[in-house]
Design a binder for this molecule. Structure first.
Ligand SMILES: C[S@@+](CC[C@H](N)C(=O)[O-])C[C@H]1O[C@@H](n2cnc3c(N)ncnc32)[C@H](O)[C@@H]1O
Length: 284
């Protein structure tokens, strides 16, 4: 279960707004760690959601296992991944902190936009995140690739135009996300050697929907980004009031452009690439 987002309710709308950005980055990381052709790689999608990343990767790799803790998200994934093209995808209802696979089973593990949902305590050193990274390391073969897609604190504050509307929620989300330096340290501690962090300049929300200044007025649009689930009622009322006022003044598009100006350079999320250290202790 996500610590704060109701993915049972979100599952029906999720694909309406979200797009799997950075697939080319993931493929590059797989190629860098591949011991042979990509088409023979066995990949785990940890926290697969509706299966959009698995669907994008399956024409390129040999086999995919995909796990998620939410049955409704898996149901959408099942409908999407039951059709060709691509390799077989096996779906499993399971959590990242206890993966149902034997040691060293995978050539690569990707985890896209999941780790901030773990019920964690930054004050206690993020034990759930450590367990998750330990599990990823355990199921990777030595030399295998871990790709961790997560927003940095800077991206959360400055990579989304609507962050300016809901500053309190942004601060709450920053606390839930391990920032870049922390994540790099925890990857290394889990036996995953950090090799780089890559950023896509694309927006995570689908196409023009992201630039829709009136979007926040629509609950289905807001469900495309769990930032909105951290917005308290009073802050939501203020944010929607601001949107309506800007719209009435004819300045809503200018507001969107102004607050989106850093996204093309800093991106909205980063892809950490790390390689399973041969001989490191397994698990956390
Ligand atoms: C923002 S969605 C990302 C889905 C997909 N990876 C994507 O990028 O489109 C977060 C997903 O993480 C799943 N999730 C949350 N906590 C989890 C856990 N402990 N183990 C596995 N999946 C989890 C949720 O059910 C949800 O499907």
């Amino acid at each position: 279960m996500s610590a704060y987002e109701d993915y049972t309710a979100v599952s029906a709308d999720y694909d309406r707004t979200r797009v799997p950005i950075g697939v080319e980055i993931i493929l590059g990381c797989l190629a860098a760690a591949a011991g042979g052709p990509l088409a023979s790689m066995r990949v785990l999608d940890a926290g697969c959601g509706t299966g959009s990343y698995a669907a994008a990767l399956r024409p390129h790799v040999g086999a995919i296992d995909a796990v998620d803790i939410n049955p409704s998200m898996l149901e959408v994934a099942r409908a999407k991944l039951g059709r060709p093209p691509g390799c077989p995808v096996a779906l499993h209802e399971a959590g990242i902190e206890a993966l149902p696979f034997e040691d060293a089973r995978f050539d690569a593990v990707m985890v896209n936009q999941v780790l901030h949902h773990l019920p964690d305590s930054p004050r206690e050193g993020r034990p759930a995140l450590r367990r998750g990274l330990g599990e990823i390391a355990r199921v990777l073969r030595p030399g295998g690739a871990a790709i961790v897609n997560i927003c940095s604190h800077e991206q959360l504050r400055s990579g989304w135009w609507y962050a300016a509307l809901v500053p309190d929620a942004v601060e709450a989300m920053r606390a839930r996300h391990a920032d870049t330096g922390v994540l790099i340290r925890l990857l290394a501690e889990a036996g995953l050697d950090p090799r780089g962090r890559f950023v896509s300049s694309e927006a995570l929300m689908r196409g023009d929907a992201y630039f829709d200044g009136r979007g926040p007025l629509d609950p289905a649009w807001r469900r495309g980004d769990s930032l909105w689930s951290a917005v308290a009622e009073a802050e939501l009322a203020r944010a929607l009031g601001t949107v309506r006022a800007l719209d009435a003044a004819g300045t809503l598009d200018a507001f969107v452009s102004e607050h989106d100006r850093r996204r093309p350079s800093i991106g909205q999320t980063g892809f950490h690439f790390a390689v399973r250290v041969p001989g490191a202790d397994r698990g956390a």
